[in-house]
Design a protein around this ligand. Structure first.
Ligand SMILES: [Cu+2]
Length: 532
């Protein structure tokens, strides 16, 4: 693979300017070549050094880098175990019909380079589902029929991205075509896929299937497992595996349902107080059986109607019977936003819009939620619209990558409508003194077993956790998880206890983080919890 690492900012700027001005991204960046970018890394590093020993953040709203070009419009993103961001979407300018392959990029946040890894298959995998297998490969389910039938329609394709070789392959096809399905990794490492429209682009698939990475094949579950909310509007259902091993479906349908993968049966749980929530964020609250939903809109009509909500609700599935309770509201009502874990276990909301429709009234300010204070705090605003078809991913260095949206540049003049730029957010914790460092940590750990983290900051650590990387599209992260670990303090080291089983932390690659008593997280190395 040929890689360009350009150190001189002037040369970088010139290359970017040429590529942007000519609008010939595919020609300028050939498949599997890389382009260096001019990012805010140097600024970030010097800021960190200057702020050592301070106890409160000097940037309490965080900072955003200036927009830089990914050369495509990114609709899907996943952080892979090499520390790079896999992104795929559509060509800028959105030719209609789109090509019979999918433009994809790998972003390396350390080298600040983009590598073209576009697929070579005659399939458009955009608007499929995606998650990460226990072996670290990204699995994309379905995609979009080209040429479109009724604006779309589902594919049976199973497409894998291999981070080690940075190549794609196709695996055994699904039994049902799917467009806008959800993937969720079960505690046993199998990938469950549900929902999505079939080839008609109108009817939702009710059957659920599971994928086994060792055989590369799909198995249709018995009809008792059929989707209890098969309405054609309930696409990309929000799913979380809870510590019992059951899988909770929180949205968009207001009726919460719990799926038991052992009995292959669903049970109705409770309804959201708000009603249906479309384009909402969802997370499993760390260390609990509680699922939290954030923002959204009560209707799917015309891409989200015109009634965004700032409300949040949480349901504790360990209670009998469980019920939803309203929590602190966002400062800005929004839908189409991304809801992510930060490295310290707090939450961040990025982007979204207030409507009507998929893009109108974008929200530029991020917000961070502290589980300790149970409050949302307004963060700095980014420049780009991040509404429908946008993505965001937590990076191993604790920053947040934000890209995409199939409409909306707001800076400059003469910019194309489709947003092919990215921006990176540095949260306040990166301006709050020196970071703790992990000197060494294992490449693999085993369920229920202790492991050693070498750090010169052992005496000043408040928490240790595993962070499952994000893999998201359409305002739905299908992969992320934050798993706090018990630990003891030694001399120059910590001894942490790995999660007890796959229901708490499904097998796969995680980022390992230590957070100091000043709330500052370390850079996060990857560690694998292998399939047993
Ligand atoms: Cu889509």
């Amino acid at each position: 693979m040929k890689t360009w690492r350009i150190l001189a900012g002037v040369a970088v700027a010139a290359i970017i300017a040429i590529a942007s001005a000519a609008h010939i991204s595919r020609a300028a960046v050939k498949r599997h070549q890389s382009t260096a970018l001019n990012s805010g890394r140097a600024q970030f590093s010097s800021a960190k050094n200057n702020l050592a020993r301070r106890t409160t953040s000097t940037q309490p709203m965080g900072t955003w880098t200036t927009p830089e070009d990914t050369l495509d419009v990114e609709i899907h993103a996943a952080l892979v175990y090499t520390g790079k961001v896999l992104m795929f979407g559509i060509l800028q300018g959105a030719p209609d019909p789109p090509p019979l392959w999918t433009p994809a990029k790998l972003y390396d946040p350390i080298a600040n380079t983009l590598t073209d890894v576009s697929t070579i298959f005659p399939a458009d995998i955009v608007c499929g589902g995606q998650s990460i297998l226990p072996n670290g490969d990204v699995i994309v389910t379905g995609g979009t029929i080209i040429p479109t039938v009724t604006g779309g329609g589902g594919l049976v394709n199973t497409t894998l991205f291999h981070p080690a070789s940075e190549t794609w392959s196709q695996s055994g096809p699904m039994n049902y075509p799917r467009w806008y399905p959800t993937n969720v990794e079960l505690g046993n490492g199998q990938t469950l896929v549900l929902s999505g429209h079939d080839q008609t682009g109108i009817t939702s698939v009710v059957q659920m299937e599971t994928y086994d990475q060792t055989t590369g094949t799909w198995t249709v579950l018995p009809s008792t497992a059929d989707d209890p909310d098969p309405g054609p509007e309930f696409l990309y259902p929000r799913m979380d595996v809870i510590p019992s091993g059951n899988v909770f479906k929180s949205a968009p349908a207001k009726q919460g349902n719990l799926f038991n993968p052992t009995t292959n049966k669903w049970s109705a749980v409770a309804q959201m107080n708000f009603g249906d929530r479309y384009y909402t964020g969802h997370v499993l609250i760390p260390g609990t059986s509680q699922v939290m939903v954030v923002g959204g809109t009560p209707t799917n009509a015309d891409g989200g109607g015109d009634t965004p909500t700032a409300t949040t609700e949480t349901i504790d599935l360990s209670k009998a019977p469980p019920h939803y309770v309203y929590g602190a509201s966002l400062n800005y009502a929004r839908y189409n936003h991304m809801l992510l874990f930060l490295a310290d276990g707090s939450l961040i909301v990025v982007g979204g819009n207030q409507g009507p429709g998929h893009y109108a009234a974008p929200v530029f300010a991020a917000e961070i939620y502290s589980f300790a204070t149970q409050q949302w705090s307004v963060m700095a605003s980014q420049q780009g619209v991040r509404a429908y078809h946008s993505v965001a991913v937590l990076l191993p260095d604790g920053r947040v990558f934000s890209a995409g949206s199939t409409s909306g540049n707001t800076w400059g003049t003469g910019q194309p409508t489709y947003n092919h730029y990215f921006e990176i957010f540095s949260p306040p914790y990166l301006y709050n003194g020196a970071r703790p460092t992990i000197t060494s940590s294992p490449a693999t750990i085993s369920y229920g077993q202790p492991f050693t983290i070498t750090t010169p900051d052992a005496d000043n650590i408040s928490s240790v956790a595993l962070v499952m990387p994000a893999a998201d599209t359409h305002a739905d992260d299908m992969q992320q998880r934050y798993v706090p670990l018990r630990f003891t303090v030694g001399t120059g080291s910590l001894t942490a206890s790995a999660p007890t089983n796959g229901n708490v932390a499904p097998p796969g690659y995680y980022m390992l983080v230590i957070v100091n008593n000043n709330g500052v997280p370390s850079v996060m190395p990857f560690v694998q919890l292998p399939l047993t």
